[in-house]
Design a protein around this ligand. Structure first.
Ligand code: G1P
Length: 298
């Protein structure tokens, strides 16, 4: 029997050093893409995919993330008394018990962050979403994966092709036979040295995993960069459990970098009916004036 995916882990303890100074006093997951913080997109994705419990693995300085999903009593009371519509706040309100937080007390890696949630996950399959990877698709990425998982079970991880020159930045799979969007995984390696990657298919940060991966993480073995890597724990399960890569149909924006954030903002703004016309006008006139150098006086 294939158990439903009801829980999702959001590793949000990272320091966000690639986005300093912005992230000096706010979590990178609270930086906005158009008018929503990045975390909202990942939470929406999980909710739409049927996830009922959101597990935030947080750390020091990340309280704003938890406050964001709470009821803002003073704000709501003030808005109501002035007759303002509260609908705009709806996605940021968690229902009772929907969000559970656990602290990752030391930055020991993604595998360690996931392991910190082991008691909350218990003995059932779970999803992991890395919020700085903004995945846009219809249906959304996790939902596409859940649909595939509900058919085949086991472990299903999102996968995307990248240029070979980028594989050293990511977890990369050794692909086997393919069936539609699913590809059997024969092995995987975290941040392979340039020229040594088994393929150009990387893991963009969406996973559906069986609870046994927590037992692998119990070993607390370090890998690439001296960190406890989720990729290594998953790799050890290959052969013992089914492992499939799901070739995601959609677009990915890496919001862990400033350029990625700007591009994600433009992409999302151009999809928003209310602001797309003015953003498009600005871009068009700016690009045609600037010979590609940008509009210095805007
Ligand atoms: C993490 C994972 C890696 C994955 C990447 C996606 O790496 O370890 O396997 O490909 O996220 O963004 P990080 O970016 O945290 O170094």
């Amino acid at each position: 029997m294939i158990k439903r995916v009801r829980k999702a882990i959001f590793p949000v303890a990272g320091l966000g050093t690639r986005l300093l100074p912005a992230t000096k006093s706010i979590p990178k997951e609270m930086i906005t893409v158009v008018d929503r913080p990045l975390i909202q997109y990942a939470v929406d994705e999980a909710r739409e995919a049927g996830v009922e419990q959101l597990i935030f693995v947080t750390g020091r300085g990340k309280a704003a993330l938890v406050d964001y999903f709470d009821v803002a009593f003073e704000l709501e009371a003030t808005m109501s008394s002035k007759g303002k519509n509260l609908d705009v706040l709806a996605p940021s309100r968690a229902s009772f018990g929907e969000i559970v937080t656990v602290r990752q007390q030391q930055p020991l890696g993604l595998g360690h962050a996931v392991w910190c949630a082991r008691e909350i996950v218990g003995d059932e399959p779970f999803a992991v979403l890395l919020p700085d990877e903004l995945m846009l698709g219809k249906p959304n990425c996790l939902k596409q994966m859940v649909e595939a998982y509900d058919r085949v079970g086991g472990n299903v991880v999102a996968a995307l092709e990248v240029p070979e020159s980028e594989t050293h930045q990511y977890g990369v799979i050794d692909p086997g036979a393919s069936d539609g969007r699913l590809t059997e995984i024969r092995g995987m390696v975290e941040k392979p040295a340039p020229g040594t990657a088994p393929s150009n298919i990387m893991l963009p940060g969406r996973y559906i995993l069986q609870p046994e991966v927590m037992r692998e993480l119990d070993r607390q073995e370090t890998g690439a960069g001296g960190e406890i890597q989720l990729t290594d724990a998953m790799a050890r399960l290959i052969g013992r459990q089914p492992f499939n890569a799901f070739l995601f149909d959609g677009r990915r924006h890496d919001c862990g970098s400033a350029a990625g954030f700007v591009i994600a903002n433009l992409a999302m703004a151009l999809e928003r009916e209310d602001i797309a016309p003015s953003v498009r006008d600005y871009l068009q006139s700016s690009l045609s004036r600037s010979d590609g150098e940008g509009d210095r006086f805007a």
